[in-house]
Design a protein around this ligand. Structure first.
Ligand code: PHE
Ligand code: ZN
Length: 854
């Protein structure tokens, strides 16, 4: 992606410019002669001009390729190399295009196209990486069948589809399902497999494999079970079956993202598939299960039905995230999953939607599509589907999905196609709903209430602040799930979904004996910011009595935020009533431990900063940090007498099982341990560290000790024990920075960048260090500016190695306008320094310019 001349004006692509490709691609045959620095790729592609094409230009994408030869129907031709690809004069009838190119996988540190990771060949083609493998119409609406021959001396050589032959030094594959080039994959190396099998509901046997480096075989069993559960779930819930005889997953150490849904050959960041009790935490297990499901679900939502162009990315990603969330809710706990998702949405998507990088779930322009694999496209994209389902109801939702698969199987589709299916299946007009796809920004919904003569009225006002390029917004359809409680705790009206469609709208509820307590936006029925004047005692009431578990947590969360905001702004002491409510909840064994752990987890410091900013204050990161510390210390003291007993009561005995039940108990136990460590000098945590036989408890003990600055011995021991395990070492790197005090955070991170095990070439390791730096709110935003400076320096260094990961991590600066003028000036200087770097990638260039120009 560094082809463009330095600082050349970047090209912008627009949705409105879409034009179909002028040729049909009948079939693709690829032959790879593998060699680390000089792999040869021969392509034989049959093209047929489309009779109705408005544009017959024959342009093939290609980047960083050395063209050796090109032929049409066997006769050598001269192609014209142009910016980003080649052009050639071609016949007006069907013809066979052949090209031979040479590429250098060992030098490919961008991890896009064909590259090497630990001596193994692998590919990453989404979104536009196939053009680094050979000349091709690299766009998702061009679909074809692929036949692949791999020549090389690697013991295992894999591609998409089914194996069709193999011998000494070669292997052949054929994928019968037409697919866009972004789903192409090839893997070759010294790999071992963990096998499994699955019989589909129509009785077809599917061979399953997880391929890993020798030594990692013992970390595949959990992933294999997750895969089988996903296959079964998609049959049971969506009626969708797998469509090949073989499904392969490969674990790769160097990978820019989480995983990739290549047809029949999913490639995973090893952190998202390898799991064992000794090396993985409960959170890791849950994430692995979800990502395996996500990639598997893409086989239908993404592969069988793909995107017409990359502006439609949320068509496959929003839907697949929505499906994997349904799966996790079914496998584990529905309310806990919902709460977790809302926490992530607020932590990742809200800042994006309310800052300079805001964009609609379906953007209308981009410079570098890799910059749009965002929380908005993924998480907000999934929220939009959740709203749609809520509005049409479950039966209509599955009816529409059935129609979607029937009507569009084998096609490359748009958001219009998707919404039309819902309109046809339900008879509903979705034109206003569609604004969710085209408007950026998080709507604010202000609620006021009125009660007279047994009638209760809720009035809603919606508005969305301006976002880049969108100063004014029309009102959207917002489903607001509401329930009413009586003042003594019972439910007087069960959940109803109110449909907001206007800027201001009222809803009345009659026949009430007394003024009810409303529970609004149950299950977080829409991704909005709810504004309502209420009291802490009403929040405490809802925390105790709401029949909607999400809103029960939400009441506690809102209360926690109010208490924290008051501490920051007025130097108030932690609210005693809130502390009492927490204490009551912690001790209440009737309550789900996972829920108790969530209520005990404080809102993040960044969340407090955002809240202060929304209310017109300038957040002071150090004050927010101090308030968090004071609050936790006070809570620990309040619970002092019961902590040892609570710790003992919540300790999970017996062999480790990574299920939701055990995970919830361990999460609660971990919270209690961290409080206890503030009072007992680390005695209990040291004992837990010494006796832990699983990573969840070992890590929880280490984190508690390090946070209390009592973990030096254990941190050394941890390093000694795990230095050869890359994934565990990522935890070790990150934890030291996450636990550092504000004034030492940047120095700690800097020291770690000099550690022999730090590397710019491994995205996981880079993210462990720089992600932890950006995630330590008070440390990153320390007044010295050292955090900003360190991140900028490292991003500049990474950009020439791996533009994609650099650009993604630049987003750490996206909240810069929240802070005071000194901090803004410091960040602006760093952003300008990055932008002035010569030869800056277009990925990073786009991100930094957007942040500076808003
Ligand atoms: N499509 C992948 C997923 O969501 C993510 C991805 C995007 C991976 C681009 C690599 C490159 O499952
Ligand atoms: Zn995806």
């Amino acid at each position: 992606m560094n082809d463009a001349a330095p600082n050349a004006a970047p090209q912008t692509f627009y949705l409105k410019d879409y034009k179909p490709f002028g040729y049909e691609v009948e079939s693709v045959k690829l032959t790879f002669q593998l060699s680390p620095n000089a792999t040869k790729v021969h392509s034989a592609i049959r093209f047929t001009p489309k009779a109705d094409a408005e544009d017959n230009r024959f342009f093939l994408h290609g980047e960083q390729l050395s063209l050796i030869s090109a032929k049409i129907d066997g006769t050598p031709v001269t192609a014209r190399l142009v910016d980003g690809g080649l052009e050639c004069d071609v016949p007006r009838t069907s013809f066979l295009w052949e090209a031979e190119v040479e590429i250098d996988p060992a030098a490919n540190t961008a991890l896009e196209g064909l590259y090497m990771s630990n001596g193994m060949y692998c590919t990453q083609c989404e979104a536009e990486g196939f053009r680094k493998i050979t000349y091709y119409p690299d766009r998702p609406d061009v679909m074809s069948t692929f036949t692949v021959r791999i020549e090389g001396d690697e013991p295992v050589m894999l591609s998409n589809g089914n194996p069709t032959g193999a011998g000494e030094g070669w292997a052949e594959w054929h994928d019968p399902w037409p697919k866009p080039a972004y789903l192409f994959a090839l893997v070759a190396g010294d790999l071992v497999n963990h096998p499994g099998s699955f019989t589909t509901k129509s009785g077809k046997d599917v061979e399953l494999n997880i391929w890993v480096r020798p030594g990692d075989e013992g970390k595949c069993a959990f992933g294999m079970e997750a895969l089988k559960k996903s296959m079964k779930w998609d049959e049971d819930v969506y009626g969708l079956e797998y469509d090949l005889d073989l499904f392969n997953i490969v674990a790769v150490d160097d990978f820019n993202m989480g995983a990739m849904e290549n047809k029949g050959l999913n490639i995973f960041n090893s952190s998202c598939v390898l799991a064992s009790p000794e090396t993985s935490t409960d959170a890791n297990f849950e994430r692995i299960e979800a990502i395996i499901a996500h990639e598997y679900f893409h086989n239908w939502t993404g592969n069988r039905i793909t995107c017409r162009d990359w502006f439609q990315l949320c068509l496959k990603e929003g839907l697949t995230v929505f499906r994997d969330a349904q799966f996790t809710a079914d496998m584990r706990s529905e309310p806990v999953k919902r709460i977790d998702d809302v926490i992530t949405l607020r932590a990742r998507q809200f800042p994006e939607d309310n800052g300079p990088l805001a964009h609609p779930p379906r953007p209308e322009e981009f410079q570098e599509i890799n910059n749009f694999y965002t929380a908005t496209v993924y998480e907000k994209g999934a929220e939009v589907i959740g709203m749609l389902k809520r509005l049409v109801g479950d039966d209509n939702y599955y009816k529409a999905l059935k129609l979607y698969f029937e009507r569009h199987d084998g096609q490359a589709c748009t958001i219009e196609d998707w919404l039309k299916v819902f309109e046809d299946a339900t008879g509903r007009d979705l034109s206003q709903f569609k604004l969710w796809y085209s408007q950026a920004g998080t709507p604010r919904v202000k609620v006021t209430e009125d009660y007279a003569d047994g009638t209760y009225t809720l009035t809603f006002e919606q508005s969305t602040p301006p976002t880049p390029g969108q100063p004014d917004k029309a009102p959207r359809v917002i489903p607001v799930a509401v329930g009413l409680l009586s003042p003594n705790g019972g439910e007087v009206r069960g959940t109803e979904v109110l449909e907001l469609t206007e800027a201001k709208q009222s809803f009345t509820f009659g026949g009430l004996a007394s003024k009810p307590v409303p529970s609004i936006l149950r299950e977080f029925s829409a991704p909005v910011i709810l504004e309502r004047e209420t009291t802490n005692s009403e929040r405490a009431f809802l925390l105790a009595h709401d029949t909607d578990p999400f809103n029960r947590w939400e009441a506690g969360n809102a209360l926690a935020k109010e208490v924290r905001v008051a501490m920051v702004l007025d130097g108030a002491a932690p609210d005693a009533a809130y502390l009492d409510a927490l204490e009551k909840l912690v001790r209440d064994d009737e309550q789900d431990p996972a829920f108790r752990a969530l209520v005990l987890s404080p809102p993040s410091q960044s969340d407090i900063a955002q809240t202060l900013h929304e209310r017109g204050h300038t957040p002071d990161p150090q004050k927010i940090y101090d308030a968090a510390e004071t609050f936790t210390q006070t809570l620990a003291q309040q619970l002092e007498t019961s902590l040892p007993r609570l710790y003992a009561a919540t300790t999970v005995e017996g062999p480790y099982v990574p299920d939701a039940d055990g995970a919830g108990k361990r999460a609660l136990n971990g919270r209690i341990l961290s409080l206890l460590t503030r009072l007992d000098g680390g005695e209990q945590a040291a004992r837990q560290y010494a006796s832990a036989d699983n990573m969840t408890q070992q890590y929880a003990a280490l984190a508690a000790l390090m946070k209390a600055e009592k973990g030096e011995t254990q941190s050394k021991a941890f390093f000694e024990q795990w230095q050869d395990d890359r994934l565990v070492m990522d935890k070790w790197f990150a934890l030291q920075i996450a636990c550092a005090a504000p004034e030492t955070t940047a120095a700690t991170a800097k020291e770690l960048t000099q550690h022999p095990l730090f590397s710019m070439k491994n995205p996981n390791r880079f993210r462990a260090v720089m992600g932890a730096l950006a995630g330590n709110h008070a440390g990153f935003h320390h007044a010295s500016g050292a955090g900003y400076q360190l991140l900028a320096e490292n991003l500049i260094a990474l950009d020439s190695v791996n533009p994609q990961t650099t650009a993604r991590m630049c987003a750490a600066f996206q909240t810069w306008k929240r802070y005071d003028s000194e901090r803004q000036a410091q960040i602006q200087a760093e952003l300008e320094r990055i932008l002035a770097t010569s030869g800056l990638s277009r990925d990073t260039h786009e991100m930094v310019s957007r942040m500076l120009s808003a």
